[in-house]
Write a protein that binds this ligand. Structure first.
Ligand code: FES
Length: 69
């Protein structure tokens, strides 16, 4: 099983919207939460199959941010 840690930056995390991992990371860095990222990109607005992966990725980014502070 792939975890977000092993995936390339340009891999598509939401296939319904074509939203890439680095796009989600950029929006997170601009202060967007999952709902805002969904509205902005269309991620999570299709089948919903990406929800767990994106939630785990955002949690990971949040933890990295907290560790850096
Ligand atoms: S893969 Fe993201 S909504 Fe379907």
């Amino acid at each position: 099983m792939n975890t977000p840690d092993t995936q390339p930056e340009d891999c598509v995390m939401c296939h319904c919207s074509g939203t890439k991992r680095n796009n989600i990371q950029n929006l997170f860095n601009q202060g967007m939460d999952m709902a805002a990222i969904s509205r902005w990109t269309g991620a999570l607005s299709g089948c919903g199959g990406c929800e767990w992966d994106i939630a785990a990725f955002l949690k990971e980014l949040d933890e990295q941010r907290n560790e850096a502070q």
